[in-house]
Design a protein around this ligand. Sequence first.
Ligand SMILES: *Cc1c(COP(=O)(O)O)cnc(C)c1O
Ligand SMILES: [Zn+2]
Length: 421
Amino acid sequence: MNDQTLDHVVLRCRGCQAAYPPALEHVCPNCLGPLDVEHDHAAVAARLSRDAVEAGPRSIWRYQALLPAAPASGDLAPGLTPLVPAPRLAEALGVPGPLLLKDDTRNPTNSFKDRVVAVALARARAFGLTTVACASTGNLAGATAAAAASQGLECVVVIPADLEAGKVASAAAFGATVVAVQGSYDQANRLSSQAAEAFGWGFVNVNLRPWYAEGSKTVGLEVAEQLGWSLPDHVVVPIASGALLTKVHQGFQVLAGHGLVERTPARVHGAQSTGCAPVASAFAEGRDEVTPVRPSGIVKSLAIGDPADGVEALQTVRGTGGRVEAVDDDEVVEAMALLARTTGVFGETAAGVTVATVARLAAAGAFRPGERVVALVTGHGLKTIDVLDGRVGGRTVTVRPNIDALEEALAPLRPDLTATA
Ligand SMILES: *Cc1c(COP(=O)(O)O)cnc(C)c1O
Ligand SMILES: [Zn+2]
């Protein structure tokens, strides 16, 4: 296959720093360290400019100069989601300056995972694979299944058996074979490593992981472009494996390195739930190691107890002067409802974690007046409606179909709504 996009890319070992030519590998044969994609600076510089990006497709592929793949036929064109001002939410949370939401619910399967899948599948095709798979905490299953359906690939998704029904149903609707593992995500992930070896499938977040992670970078790239080619003062990122957080920061750095934005301080903050807070605990206790935990609670999409990029996420946060917070399930539900009520954006539990973390940071005085704060809304609330369970939000009244019944029902609840015109 003629694949110019790989001419200037190597796989670099995070452990021993050895470099390897692009291949379906994710572990260093020398030291077993994880491999990351590394781009040649001069080759990127020759292709990358603000003009070239702005003239590109309205998707992640406008940043092709910074991605290790070209879109596959049938690609769903994720990305370039809106960055929306949220003044009413800022006021409610006590954020003194502008608060903006990166609304990744607007992706093809309503989460940011469509970005990482697009890059991983483009590479899978170039490697000649015909079956793709993933180990998923929920959103990745739907994203992989949909992209595989569109591209005519076989798809297997491996999930923990206790996942939200909506997430399982959507993966199945796209025609994927769903393997529900009686165990945690971390166990599903280990089984996936064995299946990748045994069956030669392309697991987007296992043997294709170096390529997959590159897709996350596009969130940071877009935020900078949408802020008029400048970096935010703060970005608040939910952490599962830690790849999104690490790559958002890398996206900022690479744009600064190529002179597309000024290198201003951008604090990167991490958000976890108390049910699965290995990175937040390490941050709070000043540890360099991330100790695995057994996840619990309602925030399933972030429930990775042994995060692959946890240490890198921790280093990124510390290096930028950010913080990692852990918020409890009640704060998450409150924040989901507040987000929806004040912005019209309905985010899932992970978004609740992020918004509750913004509230914590605001209360701690982390944001100064005038500083721009970006919060990532990474998945849609319809995927996790069970957790709301009538606890929050607008009230429902059931009435007979006549005006007197309506007035009678509303009067005690909202007399303001029934004042005569
Ligand atoms: C996967 C996921 C994340 C976090 O991604 P990592 O790169 O694994 O840290 C955040 N939010 C949602 C909704 C997700 O599905
Ligand atoms: Zn190595």
